[in-house]
Design a protein around this ligand. Structure first.
Ligand code: FRU
Length: 476
């Protein structure tokens, strides 16, 4: 374990639940919380560029000679075909995953502007190490609501129906026939067909916009060109069956530099009299008005999940971090675990943390979420946090060459965590990482990487096993 350094106390969080629909309560991931990283999860005595975090929150090192899934496309953000409880559904003997993909002949760092949703399949009877088959793009060309398709989720509905949620982002010229809005959440329903030979998708209906930033709770592009609004994830709470919720990544509304975006004492979250507390004025003078990540909530007011009511965010990271991406809610034994991914370079001034997974636990969909491990860090890429935060294109000399090893982690049943390989010692990935396993203890609000899983903590590459099945005997 890392030695404890001087620093503030974390903010007390009760985990208490509030009504998800009628309450506007939101949890705050505070500066006091985020400062627990350097206080309790960083070893200041490591040699320059060594990993300074405890093993319990460090993703094991991915071998530099990792295999790639396909020569055709870069592969990054990935999600499974699920039911309303995030169970991974085998359909007629086939496993299906969806990934953002882009042609492998463009530079990896330019992939976002060419992103499409692609899919991979394999027989449910496959061995964990068996390859996935790339099925191509999910939607026909020029049918989605924008010129790029960003992350989302996919639900197996009645019969052979699949409802896809995604982010429709427009960069540069809008595609003719589209509204060209910068970022909206979208949905479309289609059909999945499985035969002995493989899986295909067809019959996608009209793509519908289901949400855009409102400028009241969620920042618009007019308010801030660097706003985020993306990554829809739907789920049901077993405590309120029949109501479908959606999480997404947003930013707190307002124009940076106006009073509305100033941090408040509650965003800082220091306990009274803490000798390590910062003042609101001090923090606001450092430009933290630009770091306003939040996790948004909406609920479906139509049974077919095409109409949604926006609700206030459930978690804010104001003056802490600008991106709380790909949020997921995992509900187990009456506890609600909220996971999100974030970067080192999106932290506000004065804060330092790794690229990776952050997690929180509470008693309901909307609750006073307590950061896991006090700080929120659950799984980070190996990094020396004693060196300044880096953007991927300009690493500090001597920094750990695995600080951007993996990203876009996706939490699966049983604590399995999937991600894509970004940069391992200079080799770019664009393919799925070995799956790792994280054990979360709700009672103590802590987590630890399970090093007994796989090979010293590294499971099979691209391991997204199904845990529920629907239809047919097919390939079992
Ligand atoms: C995470 C992410 C998502 C977004 C996608 C775009 O890796 O930033 O938030 O949908 O990548 O490529």
């Amino acid at each position: 374990a890392a030695p404890t350094a001087d620093g503030p106390q974390p903010t007390p969080h009760t985990q208490a639940a509030h009504d998800p629909i009628s309450s506007d309560f939101h949890a705050r991931w505070t500066r006091a919380d985020a400062r627990q990283i350097m206080r309790t999860q960083n070893d200041s005595s490591v040699a320059r560029g060594e990993n300074s975090m405890p093993e319990s929150i460090t993703m094991p090192e991915i071998p530099a000679d990792f295999p790639i899934m396909t020569d055709e496309v870069w592969v990054w953000d990935t999600w499974s075909l699920t039911d309303e409880y995030s169970n991974q559904m085998s359909y007629k003997g086939w496993d299906v995953i969806f990934s953002l993909v882009a042609p492998r002949d463009i530079p990896f760092d330019e992939r976002h502007w060419s992103a499409r949703i692609g899919y991979f399949t394999r027989p449910s009877s496959a061995e964990p190490d068996d390859a996935w088959t790339y099925g191509g793009y999910l939607f026909e060309d020029e049918t989605s609501l924008s010129n790029t398709e960003w992350s989302g989720s996919a639900r197996l509905m009645q019969g052979n129906k699949v409802r896809v949620f995604y982010t429709a982002t427009t960069f540069g010229e809008k595609r003719p026939g589209t509204a060209g809005k910068p970022a909206v959440l979208a949905t479309v329903e289609g059909a999945i067909k499985a035969t002995r030979d493989g899986v295909s998708f067809s019959k996608f209906g009209e793509h519908l916009e289901i949400a855009e930033p409102d400028g009241t709770w969620y920042q618009t592009q007019e308010q801030n060109p660097y706003f985020s609004f993306r990554d829809p994830f739907t789920f049901e709470d077993p405590a309120t069956p029949g109501i479908t919720f959606m999480l997404f990544e947003g930013c707190g509304a307002g124009v940076p530099g106006t009073a509305r975006t100033d941090a408040t004492a509650a965003d800082l979250g220091y306990v009274d009299g803490d000798p390590f507390a910062e003042t609101v004025d001090e923090v606001n003078s450092q430009g933290v008005q630009w770091q306003r990540g939040n996790i948004g909530l909406a609920w479906a007011d139509s049974k077919d999940l095409t109409s949604w009511t926006m609700l206030p965010p459930i978690l804010t990271a104001y003056a802490v971090n600008d991106q709380t991406e790909r949020p997921q809610m995992i509900i187990e034994d009456g506890k609600y675990y909220l996971f999100t991914i974030s970067h080192q370079f999106t932290y506000a001034a004065g804060l330092r943390g790794p690229d990776g997974v952050y997690g929180f636990v509470g008693d309901g969909v909307r609750s006073d979420f307590q950061p896991l491990n006090s700080s929120g860090v659950v799984l980070g890429s190996p990094v020396d946090l004693n060196l300044p935060a880096d953007a991927p294109e300009s690493p500090t000399a001597g920094q750990n060459p695995r600080q951007f090893q993996a990203y876009s982690h996706y939490i699966q049943p049983g604590g399995l965590v999937q991600s894509f390989i970004d940069n391992v010692e200079g080799r770019r990935g664009g393919t799925l990482s070995p799956t790792v396993k994280v054990d979360v203890d709700g009672a103590t609000a802590t987590s630890a990487v399970d090093y007994s899983f796989g090979d010293d903590g590294l499971g099979p590459y691209a391991y997204l096993p199904t845990n529920e099945r629907k239809g047919g005997v097919g390939h079992y």
